[in-house]
Design a protein around this ligand. Structure first.
Ligand code: APR
Length: 167
């Protein structure tokens, strides 16, 4: 099942939450900052041993102080106008997260709207990419949650889900 929810991803009781991280994996603002604050210093310590992550890929760590057992750190593309492979890199992010989650036996997973904040990716296109990729993996999970931080974003993700499901 794919669901769209509004809320703080750090509070969701799921097997894994996805972090919208940067290449260093050493924390930042936005949802990255929220996840590191909620998880505690052990998360950054573990991330320091991961050695970074290329754009379009993901790395898994423990959840530390979070309810979620696993954090999957995904590095989305910075939007540069759309002619530098940004859409393909965002799709790769979602796919890497879902493949990694399958490897770890994850059954419930929540995603933030990767790249749509500081990285400036247009929300509607990001939502279409997210929901299309989630749909391809839907039968392998009990629930995939698109966790939006505002009702406005959730509306965009619901429309994208309806379009994808309708296809
Ligand atoms: N729960 C769910 N979603 C959240 C939360 C939260 N607690 N906080 C922020 N968001 C949402 C934002 O509203 C946005 O829709 O997460 C989405 C992604 O925005 P960013 O966190 O800015 O991530 P991104 O655009 O991928 O930029 C990543 O920002 O924080 C730095 O270290 C990070 O360099 C990296 C860059």
């Amino acid at each position: 099942m794919i669901s769209v929810q509004v809320g703080d991803i750090t509070r969701l009781e799921v097997d894994a939450i996805v972090n919208a991280a940067n290449n260093s994996l050493l924390g930042g603002g936005g949802v990255d900052g929220a996840i590191h604050r909620a998880a505690g210093p052990g998360l950054r310590e573990e991330c320091e041993n991961v050695g970074g992550c290329p754009t379009g890929e993901a790395r898994a760590t423990g959840g530390h102080g979070l309810t979620a057992k696993i954090v999957i750190h995904a590095v989305g593309p910075v939007w540069s106008g759309g002619s530098r492979g940004e859409s393909g890199l965002l799709e790769s992010c979602y796919r890497h997260c879902l493949e990694l989650a399958l490897e770890k036996g994850v059954r419930t997973i929540a995603f933030p709207a990767i790249s749509t904040g500081a990285y400036g990716f247009p929300k509607s296109e990001a939502a279409r990419i997210a929901l299309t990729t989630m749909r391809a993996y839907e039968s392998s999970f009990t629930e995939i949650i698109a966790c939006c931080f505002s009702e406005e974003d959730a509306e965009i993700y619901r429309r994208a889900r309806d379009e994808v499901v309708g296809n």
